[in-house]
Design a protein around this ligand. Structure first.
Ligand SMILES: Cc1cc2nc3c(=O)[nH]c(=O)nc-3n(C[C@H](O)[C@H](O)[C@H](O)COP(=O)(O)OP(=O)(O)OC[C@H]3O[C@@H](n4cnc5c(N)ncnc54)[C@H](O)[C@@H]3O)c2cc1C
Length: 472
């Protein structure tokens, strides 16, 4: 039996993105001694790769309209806490914009932040409260007593050693299961293997797995996810490519599959088109747009601070198939080399232009919105695109206090989850990443601190000192 080091805390948090960081701060503020554990060798997860836009639905009605399949209790929690959480971010003294950005992902409202500085601020708070923040520490298993209540967590260090973290409350904030190919194909079908990973590499479904082992139930939304269309193919897709190669402007283009047919209303927004493309043959598609789109919405910065970048050019430079022509007829002829039947694509574009010019209607059996813009000012561009995945919308089942629920809806005592590890808030429609993660993390941290406070009050299980024991 190998030696296992044991340490005692009030609350153990798995994952150092914004969900875990906010949970750790919230628990620390309520007097808990916290261990914040990160399996990678740097802190921050996908949060640290993000654009830092702290956004969500402006109100519950807007949430209901955009995410009709969403979990309304979570939607209400996020909308209710948003203003207070924004105030908290301001109070950190780190950069948070004073000017809101509206119509994010077509409907949301948000503020640009220096998310890296905010993450660092959170860790400093945890340490100032007597807690620890550790990289290279992977949670392996939630430990339970005979009644199914949390007693701690078993973790592995970067050197391969085992540490038993004893605590009456655990928060799972591992960032989703987008890196778990087995879970993805189970939930989304075989084309999930074609999804480009637009995420930190550590979010491989540990939170969901650990929660299930501890008795958790799952949620709806398992087949839906957040991501953006990316040029195809890519000869390089590193974190520094995630933002510039995202073709955010696709709602101003025509999107066809590799048969040359439309399959979705483009004006629904890039994150919806990205999901729709996954279910097309070979998950491949082509964006068709004119030079006006390329040089305006195709180049403008989607969020303050990201800078203007010609996204089409980035995709081309990274290896994407592309074509350019002065007329749509010539453009169609050029894409024939990609295997697209020119007769089909030509008819699709003709029908689309006719419907858009008439103020909306149908083309190829799919709606053309009154907001649709027909490609009209040459030169025209065609760009091959593929779907990507940033995080999964389904996951661990929780209540509005971020307490993990079993399949019958009963809390698993002491177990919490937050951020991209929880499921149901977004479901096909997307209600934001950072703000919901911060808000659910904060609720999880508060609830976990309550559990720890109650455990201390009973005095039944005094916090054990650090030491070495045999076995687990
Ligand atoms: C390029 C990009 C841009 C984005 N821009 C925005 C934006 O502007 N606005 C917005 O709202 N959203 C944005 N998002 C989405 C947003 O970043 C995520 O929704 C959010 O960061 C999720 O936070 P989280 O704390 O749940 O997960 P993460 O930040 O991913 O953190 C999870 C962490 O848990 C760790 N972990 C996993 N398993 C274990 C384990 N067993 N033990 C220990 N640690 C573990 C992982 O290594 C990871 O570091 C963007 C994402 C990307 C990739």
């Amino acid at each position: 039996m190998s030696a296992v080091r044991t340490e005692g805390f009030d609350v153990v948090v798995v994952g150092s993105g914004i969900a875990g960081s906010s949970a750790a701060v919230a628990a620390t503020r309520r007097g808990a001694r916290v261990a914040l554990l990160e399996k990678q060798d740097t802190f921050g997860g996908s949060t640290a790769l993000s654009a830092g836009m702290f956004w969500t639905a402006p109100d519950l009605d807007a949430y209901r309209r955009r995410v009709p399949l969403g979990d309304e209790s979570l939607g209400r929690a996020v909308v209710e806490d948003y203003a207070e959480c924004l105030e908290e971010l301001h109070a950190t003294g780190e950069r948070v914009s004073d000017t809101p950005k509206t119509d994010i992902m077509t409907f949301g409202i948000g503020y640009s932040t220096d998310i890296l500085a905010i993450l660092a601020w959170c860790r400093a708070q945890v340490e100032a409260g007597g807690g620890v923040c550790r990289t290279g520490t992977a949670a392996l298993r939630v430990l339970l007593d005979d009644d199914g209540a949390v007693t701690g967590l078993l973790a592995r260090t970067a050197q391969g050693g085992r540490v038993r973290y004893e605590a009456p409350a655990v928060v799972l904030a591992g960032g989703g299961f987008q890196g778990a190919r087995d879970e993805l194909t189970r939930a989304m079908g075989p084309n999930a293997d074609r999804l480009l990973l637009r995420s930190n590499p550590g979010s491989v479904g540990d939170g969901l797995r650990l929660a299930r082992q501890a008795g958790a139930g799952g949620t709806t939304a398992m087949s839906t996810f957040y991501g953006h269309l990316i040029g195809s193919p890519v000869n390089r897709f590193e974190p520094q490519d995630f933002l510039p190669n995202s073709q955010y402007y696709s709602d101003h283009a025509v999107l066809v599959n590799m048969e040359g047919r439309r399959f979705v209303d483009e004006t629904l927004g890039d994150e919806i088109l990205n999901q729709a493309l996954l279910h097309q043959p070979q998950a491949g598609g082509v964006l068709v747009f004119d030079d006006h789109v390329r040089t305006t919405v195709g180049t403008d910065e989607p969020f303050p601070g990201l800078g203007a970048v010609d996204r089409y050019q980035v995709a081309v430079d990274n290896g994407a198939l592309h074509a350019r022509a002065d007329t749509l007829e010539d453009l169609v002829a050029r894409t024939a080399a990609w295997g697209i039947d020119p007769a089909v694509l030509g008819r699709t574009l003709q029908d689309y232009v006719a419907a858009a010019s008439a103020g909306g209607g149908f083309a190829g059996g799919h709606p053309v919105s009154s907001r649709a813009r027909a490609p009209r000012t040459g030169p025209f561009h065609a760009l091959k695109v593929q779907p990507s995945i940033t995080f999964t919308f389904g996951g661990v089942r929780v209540d509005d206090q971020a307490r993990v629920l079993d399949p019958d809806g009963r809390p698993v005592p002491g177990l919490h989850a937050a951020g991209a590890d929880i499921g149901g808030l977004s479901n096909l429609g997307y209600a934001g990443g950072l703000a919901p993660a911060y808000i659910t993390g904060r609720r999880a941290g508060r609830s976990a601190a309550r559990v720890a406070g109650a455990a201390r009050a009973t005095g039944a299980e005094p916090r054990p000192p650090a030491g070495v024991t045999a076995g687990v």
